[in-house]
Design a protein. Structure first.
Lengths: 332, 332
DNA sequence: ATGAAAGCGCTAACAG
DNA sequence: CTGTTAGCGCTTTCAT
């Protein structure tokens, strides 16, 4: 009863009266094996509770099905959604997602580099700060890397990235359609690649039409940052009738700041648009107009890029844009 | 230049002029090796870009550092926080978290069971529906399983679980202190173990004091469920002055339903307490009184239990309660 | 279709 | 302290 040792292919082979190779073939999808041998083996395996040992198998094939997901700020709604879809897409495609969360960049280097010991099949990065050195090392070891909404890396690497120009245009149109003509945009100091892209794109669009646009710095991309920025920039905001917050967390903060701290009415005094379409944007207390990033499509694309790269390591790096959809709600 | 093959300990050994065992020892923490040999090896390894192959290493030691985190509804704020802390605690303790998200139980069985092929060091379950069969299999393979806020499993298995009695008491006290005497509690139909515990505990506390407590069913544990339940139970709610929502998502929904759909004032007409202390509970539009589950301590405890079990597989199953803290805000 | 043999890259006795 | 030896559990030619 106390059967601690896991049964091996050897045990199964003996019980089924075949060779270990036969057992191996039985569990290898395309291998040629007679139906009744297979049945016999399966029976024996079932009886023993045999499971192939992925470690041993991977050792031979020099590659695991392990894919690292590198994500910071996992407790943030949009990031959580991204990771959820990424994990699912990977699993559906036969991979096994390893989760690396890293909020301080310095934790990351050694960790990630120790991950590489697992012969990763790939790595997907949604972190704010992908440490360049690690990505280099992945490239060197020919581990496919897919960057989601991150700076391009010198050595290439496939990327999924929202079209910042299109994003800015959608936001601008929503605000303009709501009647706004004097704009402001909340610009986090830790601007990640696409945040910067849409903030700058938005400002340029306004300037292009000779419309004023104040760029309001705020510290970080959190709810608290959005809220406190409202008080800090109260004067500037007094001149505006259309505000773009670089993401929904900031937007929710801004909305509360505007309404509760500044006593302004939204959308009465000022229209507001966020970005990402996190769940809370749809909650009645916010009912925030925003732009939806489709995390699911994003994830599917990322896995697809990774798989392609795995098959064709030397293909040129690809850049794909997932779809973006305006979600007009009560703040415009 | 085109050095595709990863260098092996053999390569390093040759370059450094030592044996493969020496190389192995060099990368094994407690092994005895001369300082200058070690230096030589490290130099050679650095030059070649050598990394130990975890797969091979684990094959020998019959165990990986891989720990599966089984989580459903990852895009839910509290779950995301749990997973974040779990991942971090595991990594800090030298493990590698594999993320299995499963929203439909049926996906899960085969997946998890294929995970076992990786010789998991352990498994941590926060899913709503831990499939019993898989847990059984883990037990059989002597893979430590830690259940977080889940039903006890017949075969044992260590558990981290909030003290539902204490939880109910904290909530009851908050509501009672706010002057409430006629209670209601929102009871999701998919009641998970601890949700059921606190809902029932709360009701019993009220009954124990001969105070009325209406148990209001709602479908699920989401914001939408909380909100729609308010309209549906408007009549019953008219009689109440204290509502307990089994979690913050429900509570936020209830708050919006109460204020915006029913036109009731909170806390004026009725006090409200949620559970978990998700980030949104602190947002100005909600400012929700709640009870904090400390995800970080929870995670630390889980990893600790797992590690103990690993060292001592036959110790009796443990049950630990993480701390709980009332967070009084604007709804009481 | 099947079995024998030869490793994948590493570690762990065991001598020296 | 170091090298030799013997595997971990599996897959994969190569004959048969």
């Amino acid at each position: 009863m106390a059967e601690h040792r896991r049964p091996t292919s050897h045990d199964v082979a003996r019980l089924a009266g075949v060779s270990r190779s036969a057992v191996s073939r039985c569990f290898t999808p395309g291998a040629s094996i007679a139906d009744d041998t297979k049945a016999k083996i399966l029976a024996a395996a079932g009886q023993l509770g045999y499971r192939t040992n992925a470690l041993a198998r991977n050792l031979k094939s020099r590659q695991s099905q392990l894919v690292a997901i590198l994500a910071s700020r996992l407790d943030t709604p949009f990031r959580a959604r991204q990771v959820k879809h990424l994990a699912r897409a990977l699993i559906d495609d036969g991979f096994r997602p390893l989760l690396l969360t890293a909020d301080q960049p310095e934790d990351l280097g050694p960790l990630l580099s120790s991950m590489l010991d697992y012969n990763l099949a790939g790595m997907i990065v949604t972190s704010d700060t992908p440490p360049a050195a690690v990505i280099d090392e992945c490239q060197r070891l020919r581990v496919p890397v897919v960057l989601i909404n991150r700076n391009p890396h010198p050595d290439g690497g496939d990327r999924i990235q929202l079209d910042t120009g299109a994003a800015a245009a959608i936001v601008f149109d929503m605000l303009y359609a709501a009647g706004a003509r004097r704009f402001a945009v909340l610009s986090p100091d830790d601007r990640t690649y696409t945040v910067k892209g849409r903030v700058d794109g938005f400002r340029d669009l306004a300037f292009g039409r000779n419309l004023p646009c104040a760029v309001l710095p705020c510290d970080g991309q959190s709810y608290a940052a959005g809220r406190s920025a409202m008080t800090r920039h109260a004067a500037a905001l007094g001149q505006c009738d259309g505000l773009f917050a670089a993401n929904d967390l900031l937007a929710c903060g801004a909305l509360d700041g505007l309404r509760q701290d500044l006593g302004r009415s939204v959308p009465g005094d000022m229209a507001l648009v966020g970005f990402d379409d996190i769940e809370q944007a749809g909650w009645a207390a916010y009912d925030l107009s925003t732009v939806r990033q489709d995390a699911r499509t994003q994830a599917t694309m990322a896995v697809e890029l990774m798989r392609n790269r795995l098959q064709n390591p030397d293909a040129p790096a690809l850049l794909k844009h997932p779809p973006l959809d305006p979600v007009p709600r009560g703040t415009t």
